[in-house]
Ligand binder design. Structure first.
Ligand SMILES: NC(=O)c1ccc[n+]([C@@H]2O[C@H](COP(=O)([O-])OP(=O)(O)OC[C@H]3O[C@@H](n4cnc5c(N)ncnc54)[C@H](OP(=O)(O)O)[C@@H]3O)[C@@H](O)[C@H]2O)c1
Length: 373
């Protein structure tokens, strides 16, 4: 929902993320569900009509403006959006099986009916219209409620990576502002969107952070607060890490072969935890279908968790989690100057395909943002 001029958010819609709070939802009122009357019906947007390489992105002036369907939804005029690796992967069809099931749980639609599809999940903008049950927001609110100190472009760079890092560190890893002092934390993939946020939140909570990144990113991660920096390209990682004290927590946003060695550097039998963000969850469903894919996922994560448990450490997977209250906590840290957005490049709305290519090429140093208004 990022790359269009307005988007609709509702309480349980975790595909579109911004600074907003969950509402208590009452039963939909029968007749009137929104506060405003009908308005202009089309808007510009970038869409895809099939999955594929970057050429599938198509600009249209005639995308229907979303309407409020449930009284707990709001419509937002998008001022800025940011691109995450998952948006690029979804352009190529990644996760389509699971996301189509979410859009259409009863499988009423035939294959391909998700098109034209608008990609993206991070937005910052202004509330245009509210469903009748919405109490926390009103038309004119900057979405929702974004950190006061940030521009829309800066605010749009945060939600998805921030909530993913928060989910991994706090929900899954059990770390918080009260129990982190002196904890030793290793962040793999420290220079990317998730990593640059994770360093800052760990430092805000007083942990000791070792950041793993390429040499050219070391200045950036040090500026964000990393205490130790390891260049993963300068030699064998295991050799470099064995001279450091073991860690209480590892956040892995690289995945792949890191799993084979990283857990050896956790403290044993002390509750130390390795959390990876790179999992085969959606891929399994794409390959095997929903039921077999979930079964395969359960077997994989279960066997790995058990294997490491017997070796004295915790092995976990983490996923992005939508949460209004967490976004409010994050906004407080931002307004207190403890977390700053790290934006590598901002593209105008007309250059969305170039922004996708930039993210697809990798080697991110923070986030790629699209300025819409
Ligand atoms: N599970 C979830 O819900 C969830 C949510 C968000 C993200 N993710 C996943 O988490 C990963 C990171 O996301 P992101 O948004 O931070 O991606 P990103 O912005 O593209 O950042 C990835 C970073 O990792 C660095 N890197 C690559 N190989 C490395 C290695 N071996 N050691 C250390 N650093 C390395 C890259 O820079 P260099 O290549 O220049 O070193 C880049 O800075 C992605 O795979 C994404 O799909 C999962």
């Amino acid at each position: 929902m990022g790359f269009l001029k307005t988007c609709v958010l509702r309480r349980n819609a975790c595909t579109a993320v911004c600074f907003w709070r969950r509402q208590v939802v009452q039963k939909p009122s029968v007749r009137k569900i929104s506060t405003t009357s009908p308005r202009s019906t089309v808007m510009p947007a970038w869409v895809i009509d099939k999955y594929g390489s970057n050429e599938v992105l198509r600009f249209t002036q005639n995308m229907m403006i979303p309407m409020i369907h449930y009284p707990n939804e709001v419509i937002i005029k998008v001022h800025a959006a940011s691109i995450n690796p998952i948006d690029v992967n979804m352009r190529s069809g990644y996760g389509a099986t699971a996301l189509n099931m979410k859009r259409d749980p009863l499988h009423i639609k035939i294959k391909g009916e998700e098109f034209p599809l608008t990609l993206g999940r991070d937005v910052s903008g202004v509330v245009m219209e509210c469903g009748l049950d919405v109490r926390y927001f009103k038309p004119g609110d900057e979405v929702s409620h974004k950190p006061k100190s940030l521009t829309h472009a800066q605010a749009a760079s945060l939600p998805y990576v921030a909530l993913t890092a928060w989910s991994a560190i706090n929900k899954i890893g059990g770390l918080n502002d009260k129990n982190c002092t002196g904890k030793r934390v290793l962040i793999l993939g420290a220079s990317g969107g998730v990593g640059t946020f994770a360093i800052q939140v760990m430092k805000a909570w007083d942990a000791h952070v070792t950041a793993v990144c390429s040499q050219d990113a070391s200045e950036l991660v040090r500026k964000l607060g990393a205490d130790d920096v390891i260049d993963y390209k300068s030699g064998n990682m295991e050799e470099q890490l064995k001279y450091l004290k073991p860690f209480d927590f590892i956040l892995d946003s690289v995945g792949g072969s890191t799993e084979t060695w990283a857990l050896n550097f956790l403290k044993k039998w002390s509750g130390a935890t390795y959390v990876t963000l790179v999992t085969p969850f959606l891929l399994n469903m794409d390959r095997l279908g929903i039921a077999d894919g979930m079964l395969q996922t359960g077997v994989t994560v279960g066997s790995k968790t058990l294997k490491h448990f017997w070796q004295g450490v915790h092995y976990r997977w983490a996923f992005f989690m939508a949460s209004g209250p967490y976004l409010d906590d994050i906004a407080e840290l931002v307004d207190a100057g403890k977390i700053q957005p790290v934006i590598e490049k901002t593209f105008p709305f007309s250059k969305v395909p170039e922004a996708f290519l930039k993210v697809e090429r990798g080697h991110a140093r923070g986030k790629t943002v699209v300025s819409v208004v």
